[in-house]
Every structure is written in C-alpha cells, then in structure tokens.
Design a protein around this ligand. Sequence first.
Ligand code: PLP
Length: 379
Amino acid sequence: MLYLDHAASGPVRPEVRAAMLPFLGDRFGNPSSHHTVGEDVAGALEDARRRVAAVVGMRPGDVVFTSGATEANNLAVKGVAVAALLRTGRPGHVVTTAIEHESVLSSVEYLHRVHGVAVTQVGVDRDGVLSPAALAGALREDTVLVSVGYANNEIGTVQDAAALTAVTAPARIPFHLDAVQAAGWLPLAGTGADALSLAGHKIGAPQGVGVLAIRGRVPLEPLLHGGGQERDRRSGTQNVAGAVGFAVALELAEQERADAAARVAAMRDAFIDRVRERVPEASLTGHPSRRLPGTASFTFEGVSGEAILLELERRGVVSSSGSACAAGSDEPSHVLVALGVAPEVAQTSVRFSFGHHAVGDPAPIADAVAASVAAVRSR
Ligand code: PLP
C-alpha cells in the first residue's frame, strides 16, 4: 500500500515509541505527586517541555501540553479572547482567515455566538495566500487576537508568518499560528508568533497529544479547570508518555527538517509534473511554489473526487479528498470555495500528502492517478 495521507496522520516513529514505553510501564507516577515515584515522572515531563521549547524558540514555561491541536487551537483562540474580555469588559474582535482548520473556525464562531466577540475572516488570494496588507486592513482598535494557519492542511499553501507577525507586533496584538502542518517542514522558531499550536500525530508521535506554546506575557483563560496543572492553563493529569514522545518526535523532525524538505519537495514536484502531463483536467490547487514540501492537491474537473479515491485505493494508493474532518461529508471544501473554486469543481479535489520519510520514484503513483481518473471518466 502506498500511503499518501500523512497530512491526516502518520505512523509513530520507533524512537518515539521506545522513549514512551517506560511511561507505560514502571515509570507510572503522577507528575504532581510529592514522592520519588512522582518526581521521577515530573522530571521527564519537564525535560520534554524544555526540548519542545528549544525547538519553537520559547521558554519551557510557555509550553502547555494538550490532548492535540484541536484543543491547542481552542485554548489559544478562546483562552486569549476570553481573557481579554474579562480584563476589559468588552467582547473585542478576533481576526482569522476563511481557510483555517475547523478547530479555529468553530472556536471563533463559538466566541461570537456565546460572548458576542466580533469576528473577521480575512480573504486570501486564489493561491491561498494572506497578504500582510489584507491583514493590516482587518485590524481594529479592539482586536484582541489574530489566528492564522502557517501552512494549510488541504492545499499546502505556506503563509509568510514573519511578514504577518510584523503587522500585528507594533499594535501588540497577540498572534496565534496554527503550525500543525508546518512542523518538520518549516522553521518553527523566529516566526514572531506569540502562540503556536502543534499536533503529535503529524510528526511521528501518537494521536491525542499536542502543544500550545504561548508566551507568558499573553493573558490566557483556561478551558479546563481543576488541579491547576500546566501553570494553571490546562488542568488535568498530564499525558506524560505522550509528552515525552512528542518531544522526541519534534526534536527529530527539526534535526531532519532541511533534508526532508529538499528530498520530498523534489519528489512532489516530479509527481505534480507527471500528473499534469498524464491527466489534462488536473489543476493544482494552492500556491505553485510556496507550498508544503509534502503536499500536492488537485481538482479534476468533471470527475468525482470520491470516486477517484476509491479507484486509487483499488490500485493500492491511499489519499484523501481534503481534510480528514471534512472527508465523508458532501459539503465542498470551505478552503477551495474561499479560493474562488466553484463548489462543483471543489468536489473533484484529491489531496496527496507525502510523509517526511518519503523516498523513491513517484511516477507509479502519478500513473495510478491517471488510470483512476480515466476509469472514473469512462463510466
Ligand atoms: N490544525 C490543522 C492545520 C490540522 O491539520 C489539524 C489536524 O488535522 C488540526 C489543527 C487538529 O489537530 P488534532 O488532530 O491533533 O486535533
């Protein structure tokens, strides 16, 4: 089987599994316990926190371990906006884009519905790029947060994070970067972001662990209340095995990043060229060059994306029609619609996402795509 859905989830790395195993065995203590069994585990948790902080260029105390990036995004968006509301007594204004992950879009919708927070979804261009000028134009005197995805999970377009944070920094508006898809491909430190979300299962750690790294100066209201773990920003006994695995995965992803990005981008380009050569109706979505090294997404006008996926799977190629959350729904992708793609064309989309360790000739995959499109078309 050729698995080309790494943007949805990838396998746990052996090094990560090995690092986690002791915490699923003998090292079982509660990191909040004041005895040697707990303190041993607390030490490992703090070591993991330091290692994550080093990769993202923040302080260990800025790292909040979560149950994944959905929680990290909810915590960033709701936590910052509600903290501002409590401080000022005003609902405030949040800026995001129309192509964000559902965990961001649903969080801003919640803020609007429950707390009356004003929301602006800034438009992106046809390639999915948010321009610094468009962001600047959306800011208001009462803007309390900007939340933008570093790299889009459906089309792979990469935003110029430094140029965007340069817009918000002078106004001292906290900038949250959903860096889930960027990890292991793009630098995470030095973006200028005040908060950054990451998910373990996109970098070789398990599902169900993630991080919100948020600078200490940004006031944050917790979502989960209880024992005050994670410096009172996320109560609940930590998933220590997950945190340890996450730190190992992130460190390795960072060490291997430059090599992986160059190798996989070359493979992806060869794949794109061959698909275009062999499938006349293939149209690449997202930015032609400012895209994640592992992502190639197409629309195949006139041919159902779901039907192509089934044909591909019969030929041993596993891919997806866009985001895993939207997969299976009949709705066209909100991302493609925001780029100006007609809804009926958006329903012909297929996303191929290579993993960081991908090697080999992508021609057979492109040939399977051509055969699958031809098979669906000839029905
Ligand atoms: N943000 C982006 C850009 C994603 O791609 C994903 C996962 O697909 C998430 C957030 C949510 O992450 P998790 O699956 O850890 O909840």
